[in-house]
Design a protein. Structure first.
Length: 181
């Protein structure tokens, strides 16, 4: 039943000293559920590479970025067996107060929204091709949408979408320099 998992294993973000960047994903995946830390699987490797491409020092992703997600527990496999089941709106609502409190306490300079669900939760429903590559300021906080980083996502198969990712990483690099991240 949506919102009530048969087995809950909440994944807690790592404690970091004054993080200036928060990265929000959709939900913990199967590898994260097993290992107990956010972005433990392929998505974490892609995201680390993306930050490296944007000019961040090696290791910045794990050492300085507060990693979290819309929900705290792995929602399980999709019915088709391809990838993970997206969390339901009830599951997202159940966990939203944790995320809102994290942002309130951390006051990050930059929030990286990874994947369609995280993007929609903060920027509303828009086609990825219209927003990936651009940053948005809302209530004094800068948001940068990025595509889903798992190897399962087909969005990055299109050359035009890979070009948008390149544009997003250039924008991330610009924000890094501008903010002294």
């Amino acid at each position: 039943m949506a919102g009530y998992l048969a087995r809950a294993n909440p994944i807690r973000p790592s404690a970091l000293d004054q993080p200036r960047v928060v990265l929000i994903g959709q939900a913990p995946g199967a590898v994260t559920d097993r290992k107990g830390y956010h972005f433990a699987g392929p998505a974490g490797r892609f995201l680390s590479e993306w930050l490296d491409r944007a000019g961040f020092p090696p290791g910045y992703f794990r050492q300085h970025v507060y990693l979290t997600s819309l929900t705290r527990c792995y929602p399980g496999k999709s019915r088709s067996g391809n990838g993970d089941r997206p969390p339901s709106s009830q599951e997202v609502a159940l966990c939203r107060h944790f995320l809102d409190r994290e942002l309130e306490l951390i006051q990050p300079e930059l929030v990286l929204l990874v994947g369609k669900m995280a993007i929609e939760a903060f920027l509303g429903r828009r086609p990825l091709v219209e927003i990936v590559g651009r940053s948005f300021e809302i209530a004094g906080r800068r948001y940068l949408p990025l595509p889903h980083a798992s190897g399962v996502s087909r969005w990055l198969n299109a050359a035009a979408n890979r070009a948008l990712l390149d544009e997003a990483l250039r924008e991330l690099s610009r924000l890094r320099v501008q903010s002294g991240l």
